[in-house]
Design a protein around this ligand. Structure first.
Ligand code: ARG
Length: 581
């Protein structure tokens, strides 16, 4: 609405400004504000006062001129001059009601698809093979998945890229240890405790020279494409990703096997890329290593920083892989945009990779590369979130704990749900709470992992929002008993109007997540919507005895649309709602 009024004022002023006496910055800073007292209009602007000097007229005169030239719009019912020269706008409540009805009839709830869909590669989750997913992977996984859902909903062609760490010299040791374990047990092994596996493998490697020699041999054979080593390596990858898939499914994360594009995918490209950079003089040889110097990044002495892309022993690095990977995403996947959800410490790494790729022309000017960093997860003490003994917290343990805490909370609440229903409710609240805690803060900041806060039914939490939804559904169960239905909408009071305006802003909220890759913008929107709904529900009786039928029907329609927006909005964040909880 503000935008609309601003545009109306702009076009009126440009009709007035034939002599060009008004400075452009004045036109770009038209302030339209909500009024405090709506008896005198819904929005007001002081632009006439701002312009009176340049136009050499008194403000009320200017205001009148602006009003006279204002294009008619059915969303505005009346415009008035007030005080020294304010212009007050009255919103046409009928057109608001109509807009709400149109929104409610639209399965997309008014969220428009982008005109020119992009191919967007989203690099997220990216756990490492033969390691358990740690709690910090939840940030990339959950935030990335919400952004993926939004971008897809907006009509883009989204490619999920799970850049798993599935390559490196540690695989010789892991293969040798897997072989040892299989020989000992005489059968294939079920790897459920990766932490122990990794630790034991390392212990063998450090203490048993024969084992170490074998492990080093396996690295070479694996890199040379040896069938046996490849098959052992594949087993390790599969065991890890099968286990991770269970976590994805449990978290309702949309990743699957077909999204795995791990580091190993780019192996064959590495020598080719290094040769190419060398041939074209972008990389140079330096003490046996191949290095790219970038003048835009300087070291402590002020000299261009060297980035090794091949070590003097012939080995490639994380950077080399990411160069090949970015090239692949542009050339093979036709990416228009590439988003990387990794923690903020990788920002310099990515900047370097992209700078090299842009210099080499692997990434063109028409492709946008965006690091979507996030801060660290801290414990309540403000230190990095760790187990009591100082180890990394396993994601699986966090999800288990969340479910058991929610189960306890429900016991206190004496719910009337069946055991089956309870299971679903526990799952939805437990996963919702953990995910939402990650989503609702601006991802660039560190955040404190706090069970009591995230599981609270009050404040900006998933349980609160899920509860708001269930509460509305309860209204409809009562309405069905009373045989009243949602009907046509009329806006009769401020609480309704505030709710209505917020509902109509849903499209903007979803769009902003798509362009900025910040899910917290949608969280904030949903939270504010729920608050306005609660306020409306307290201020405006819906089904109370004595309420006029038409009013009941209108208010039910507002309840219904609010529930729909909550449901769709939360589902775009990857959070489920329930009829009852
Ligand atoms: N596997 C890495 C980690 O656990 C994240 C990979 C991020 N993506 C990338 N293209 N480098 O930190």
């Amino acid at each position: 609405m503000k935008q609309l009024i601003e545009n109306l004022i702009k076009s009126s002023i440009s009709a007035l400004n034939t002599e060009g006496v008004i400075a452009p910055e004045l036109l770009n800073n038209i302030r339209v504000d909500r009024t405090k007292d709506r008896a005198h209009g819904d929005f007001a602007t002081n632009i006439a006062m701002m312009l009176s000097k340049s136009l050499k007229k008194n403000p009320r005169e200017v205001a009148q001129c602006i009003i006279d030239n204002l294009p008619a719009d059915e969303k505005i019912s009346k415009v008035e001059i007030a005080g020294p020269g304010f212009i007050n706008f009255f919103v046409n409540k009928d057109s608001t009601a109509k807009a709400l009805e149109a929104m409610s009839a639209d399965p997309r709830l008014g969220v428009t698809k982008v005109e020119n869909p992009d191919t967007i590669v989203v690099d997220y989750s990216a756990p490492n093979v033969a390691k358990e997913m740690a709690v910090h992977h939840i940030r990339s996984t959950v935030i990335g998945d919400a952004v993926v859902r939004v971008l897809e909903f907006l009509g883009n062609n989204v490619i999920r890229a799970n850049h798993i760490g599935d390559w490196g010299t540690q695989f010789g040791m892991l293969i040798a240890y897997l072989e040892k374990k299989e020989n000992e047990s005489g059968q294939g092994m079920d790897l459920s405790d990766f932490e122990a596996f990794y630790r034991e493998a390392k212990e063998c490697y450090d203490s048993d020279e024969e084992f170490a020699v074998k492990a080093r041999g396996y690295v070479v054979r694996l890199q040379g494409g040896d069938q046996y080593c490849l098959s052992m390596w594949k087993k390790l990858v599969k065991m890890t990703m099968d286990q991770n898939q269970k976590l994805y499914d449990r978290l309702d994360v949309t990743l699957s096997d077909k999204d795995i594009m791990g580091e190993s995918l780019y192996n064959d490209m590495l020598p080719v890329v290094v040769e190419d950079l060398l041939n074209r003089g972008i990389a140079v040889e330096d003490q046996g290593a191949i290095v790219v110097y970038l003048p835009q990044f300087k070291n402590k002495e002020g000299n261009p920083l060297g980035n090794i892309i091949r070590k003097n022993d012939g080995g490639y690095l994380y950077t080399t892989t990411d160069i090949a990977c970015a090239k692949y995403r542009v050339e093979k996947l036709n990416a228009d945009r590439i988003l990387y959800f990794t923690d903020s410490r990788q920002s310099q790494h990515l900047e370097t990779v992209w700078a090299i790729c842009r210099k080499a022309g692997y990434i063109g000017d028409n492709v946008s590369t965006e690091h979507c960093p996030f801060g660290m997860m801290l414990g309540k003490d403000g230190k990095p979130f760790k187990t009591r003994s100082g180890g990394t917290v396993k994601l699986r343990d966090v999800l288990d704990e969340s479910e058991s805490r929610v189960a306890d909370l429900l016991k206190e609440r004496n719910s009337t749900l069946s055991e089956e229903e309870k299971k679903v409710v526990i799952h939805n609240i437990a996963m919702g709470a953990v995910k939402y805690a990650d989503l609702c803060k601006n991802r660039t900041t560190d955040y404190i992992f706090d069970w009591d806060q995230m599981l609270s039914f009050e404040g900006n939490t998933a349980p609160y929002l899920q509860y708001a939804y269930s509460r509305i559904r309860a209204i409809f169960r009562k309405a069905a008993d009373m045989q009243v239905n949602a009907g046509s909408i009329q806006i009769t009071c401020e609480a309704e109007e505030d709710l209505a305006n917020k509902l109509l802003a849903f499209n903007d909220a979803v769009m902003s997540v798509g362009s900025k890759a910040l899910p917290n913008l949608l969280c904030n929107y949903i939270f504010e919507l729920s608050n306005l709904f609660m306020h409306f529900y307290e201020a405006c009786p819906v089904l109370k005895d004595g309420t006029e039928k038409k009013v009941m029907e209108s208010r039910l329609a507002l309840c219904d649309l609010t529930a729909k927006v909550l449901k769709l909005g939360l589902s775009l964040l990857g959070i489920n709602v329930m009829e009852q909880m």
